[in-house]
Every structure is written in structure tokens, then in C-alpha cells.
Design a protein around this ligand. Structure first.
Ligand SMILES: CC(C)(COP(=O)(O)OP(=O)(O)OC[C@H]1O[C@@H](n2cnc3c(N)ncnc32)[C@H](O)[C@@H]1OP(=O)(O)O)[C@@H](O)C(=O)NCCC(=O)NCCS
Length: 157
């Protein structure tokens, strides 16, 4: 996979601003009232030391090229479900090399090691990617004006 390593993102890392800017550009519009600064600080708080919350980055040398997170909440209307795989993003020029798959596997491992037996994600259009990785369709619904699928991953003990 082109010398990619998956590492935990710590809050004082130089890469926090870069990675937060990707996720703000991709999903910021779904959060009215969020600014680049408020987003970055909320993102920094998700960079926990282990378990929930955690953020991981795919590094090519010293350069971050993708990210994925384990979060307590990701959907206001389904607060009973927790935790969530969230913020899966790979830079466009690095797509199609299995980097998202490796990030997702790392988040699954983190959730399993934290004692969870299942966790969730929602996606408008990437169901195929997650199904290939063993995720199951859980519920179809409209969320923030979009048709999305909540998916469920069973984890090994
Ligand atoms: C969705 C996204 C994260 C996928 O990232 P990625 O690193 O390209 O994902 P992967 O490489 O693991 O898998 C994607 C595809 O590459 C294929 N692939 C995996 N490893 C490969 C390899 N070594 N060589 C070629 N192709 C490969 C996979 O089969 C998959 O095929 P598909 O195009 O039919 O889906 C990326 O496109 C992205 O950031 N999109 C914008 C944000 C987004 O939609 N995030 C998901 C929110 S739910």
C-alpha cells in the first residue's frame, strides 16, 4: 500500500489543522453555525488517547493522506446508538489503494479492544465499500436532507 502507516492523531500534532480542514471542507456545510475555528477545536477534542474518542491518520512519510475516527456520537436522531465510525476521508489523489479500508480496520480494532461488540456508521453513498469490509445494513433514513444508510459492524470478542 505504497508505504502507508496508520497512526493515532494526538491533539497537539502539527497535522490536526490539516486533517480538520479536510473534514470541514467535506462535511462542514452539514453543520450550520460551524466555523473553521470551531470545527478545528471540536476535532482536536476528538483526538483522544485511546478508545472513544480516537482519530487515526494514514501517513505517507511525514504527510497525512487520510483519516478515520471512533466517536461516541455522530447522529443527533439516533443518540441511543454508540459508538460510531466517522470522518472517513482519503485525499483524492490517494484513493483506490486500500487506504480507507486500512483506516476502517484500525478503527474496528480500537472499538473491539475497548470492549464494544458492535458499532455504527452512516453513509449516503459508500455502502459497497463498507459491505465488502463486513458491515451490514441496519436502517435507511433521511438525515440532514439526505437519504443515508446506518450500517452495523459486529466485532469479535
Ligand atoms: C470513500 C473513500 C474514503 C474511499 O477511500 P479509498 O482509500 O479510495 O478506499 P479503498 O481504496 O479502501 O477502497 C475504495 C476502492 O478501491 C479499491 N481498492 C482497494 N485496494 C485497492 C488497491 N490496492 N488497488 C486498487 N484498488 C483498490 C476497493 O476495492 C474499492 O473499490 P470501489 O471503487 O469499487 O469502491 C474516499 O473516496 C473519500 O475520501 N471520499 C470522500 C469522503 C467520503 O465519501 N467518505 C465516506 C463517508 S461515509
Amino acid at each position: 500500500m505504497r508505504d502507508i502507516t496508520i497512526v493515532r492523531l494526538i491533539p497537539d500534532s502539527d497535522h490536526v489543522d490539516t486533517v480538520a480542514s479536510w473534514t470541514y471542507a467535506e462535511w462542514g456545510h452539514l453543520h450550520p453555525g460551524a466555523t473553521g475555528e470551531s470545527w478545528r477545536e471540536a476535532f482536536r477534542r476528538e483526538c483522544g488517547k485511546g478508545g472513544v474518542p480516537s482519530v487515526f491518520v494514514a501517513m505517507q512519510g511525514n504527510r497525512p493522506v487520510g483519516t478515520a475516527a471512533l466517536m461516541a456520537e455522530d447522529m443527533n436522531s439516533r443518540r441511543e446508538l454508540s459508538p460510531w465510525l466517522a470522518s472517513v476521508f482519503v485525499l483524492p489523489e490517494w484513493r483506490g489503494w486500500g487506504i480507507a479500508s486500512a483506516l476502517i480496520r484500525r478503527v474496528e480494532e480500537e472499538a473491539a479492544d475497548s470492549g464494544f461488540r458492535q458499532f455504527y456508521l452512516y453513509t449516503p453513498d459508500q455502502q459497497g465499500l463498507y459491505r465488502r469490509l463486513g458491515w451490514q445494513d441496519h436502517e435507511e433514513l433521511n438525515y440532514r436532507g439526505e437519504a443515508v444508510t446506518i450500517m452495523l459492524r459486529q466485532l469479535e470478542a
